[in-house]
Design a binder for this molecule. Structure first.
Ligand code: ATP
Length: 430
């Protein structure tokens, strides 16, 4: 494969018109301000893999901010600049386009200009993680569609390899360890032999522990969003990267089963609850056996919320009895009485202990809890039945709700049931 190679035909055949036109427009904006513009990274990779994505990352030589200001004006886009980093984001038509600057280093400028330009974008690409992510396509009119592949990205796509760009890659940025696994599993590629050796070396030497927890968490959050998240976590464990990232977590066959069950349940839960934080739901499984001290260290490192820790503490005690109750198909009301304070992520954790049939029962339960509503209120009990405001009132409402959950009553006979409850309560107290 050639370093320079025109992929215009591929862009025409693979990209939606809208995206193609947008790239043309960016090239034109570059011409108007006299700057070279490239689309880079994941966009180029996905295009070459015939699976186009629409996240556009641009690199502009010399002055990305000037380009971004011009583009923002022309597109009537909202511009957010990060002057310190010479980067900017454009927001328009519900889309976000990131612009970065590749700085020309003038001390090497004396030769012809094209040489300087090539070395500038080349350097930008050399700072990236893997060969498949280190390609660019030029967008300026004259060279529109010119692919720049200095490091063999096309060949690695063909051979399905994840390959880093230099031997210090994982030392420089250990989060690339997580990224390598994420891309390997997503694309069904293999981490190239030397790259794998460098990864293992960096992990073994403790580099994962040197990165800020926030950066590790960011990459781990991306892993749990992957379709094959469990496979990726398993692969990380094979690299010893799980126990390095979460001290005290030892990946076992049982843990894997729980993760599988969890990820089987998540799509349903996300629909049901509106959204579920996948990261926290996985944390339940990875941290369930941790003692207070280890847990606190991990909480500090990754900025885990207090609410999560409380849920974990609560569920540690309840998970076994609760999953037992579900397996025994106990009444919804019995389950309801002990699950008041459980978060959506907590329910997903419970699901990780359940077989498919039992997960179905849990779904029916949650479905029912969210659809059953009382027609009577506490105010009705006071106004219509002459009850006094008290704790008892809440208890009566809850027993009505529970009877409804179990299907003993429905809207039509709710009122009768209330009457009988109140009568028996008063006859008991007599
Ligand atoms: P995805 O499809 O998951 O969004 P992506 O390749 O677009 O994949 P991003 O995390 O958005 O992933 O990164 C965009 C680009 O920035 C990458 O393609 C890569 O070139 C570069 N990049 C991101 N993170 C790193 C890193 N830690 N080290 C080096 N380069 C990186």
């Amino acid at each position: 494969e050639k370093i320079f190679h025109n992929v215009h035909d591929k862009m025409i055949s693979c990209l939606p018109r809208e995206i193609y036109n947008l790239l043309k427009t960016f090239g034109q904006f570059g011409d108007e301000v006299g700057l070279n513009v490239y689309v880079v990274g994941g966009f180029v990779r996905d295009l070459l893999m015939d699976n186009p994505s629409f996240d556009i990352d641009l690199v502009v030589e010399r002055d990305g901010l000037k380009f971004a200001e011009h583009a923002a004006e022309k597109l009537k886009a909202t511009l957010v600049k990060h002057d310190k980093f010479l980067t900017a984001s454009l927001f328009f038509n519900g889309r976000r386009v990131d612009v970065a600057t590749a700085r020309i280093e003038y001390y090497e400028a004396p030769t012809e200009l094209p040489q300087v330009e090539i070395s500038t974008i080349r350097k930008d690409l050399y700072r990236r993680d893997f060969t498949i992510n280190a390609m660019a396509i030029k967008l300026n009119h004259k060279d529109f569609g010119l692919l720049l592949d200095f490091f063999g990205g096309q060949e690695d796509i063909q051979n399905k390899k994840i390959r880093c760009l230099h031997t210090l890659s994982f030392i420089e940025d250990p989060t690339r360890i997580l990224r390598a696994v994420r891309f390997e599993v997503r694309f069904d590629f293999t981490i190239e032999e030397e790259t794998e050796r460098l990864m293992r070396e960096a992990i073994h030497q403790g580099y994962l522990e040197k990165v800020s927890g926030q950066r590790i968490r960011q990459e781990f959050e991306k892993i749990v969003q992957e379709i094959k998240a469990v496979k990726a976590i398993k692969r990380l464990a094979e690299f010893d990267a799980i126990k390095r990232t979460f001290p005290g977590t030892f990946y076992t066959a049982t843990m894997e089963e729980k993760l599988r069950a969890l990820f089987d349940f998540l799509p349903w839960a996300e629909k049901h609850f509106g959204q579920v934080d996948r990261f926290y739901s996985v944390m339940f499984v990875l941290l369930e056996y941790h003692n207070e001290q280890l847990l606190n260290e991990i909480k500090e490192r990754y900025g885990l919320s207090l609410k999560f820790l409380q849920q974990l503490k609560l569920l540690k005690k309840m998970i076994i009895p609760l999953s037992q109750m579900i397996k025994l198909r106990m009444n919804f009301s019995d389950i309801y009485k002990v699950t008041h304070d459980i978060s959506p992520e907590g329910f997903c954790y419970i699901a990780s202990y359940l077989e498919p049939d039992d997960q179905e029962y849990l779904k029916q339960f949650l479905e029912r809890v969210s659809t059953v509503k009382l027609t009577i209120s506490g105010k009705d009990l006071i106004d219509k039945f002459g009850l006094k405001p008290s704790k008892k009132l809440g208890e009566i409402l809850e027993s009505i709700y529970c009877a409804k959950l179990d299907g003993l009553i429905d809207d039509s006979n709710e009122l009768e049931y209330v009457k009988s409850l109140i009568e028996s309560a008063s006859s008991n107290s007599r």
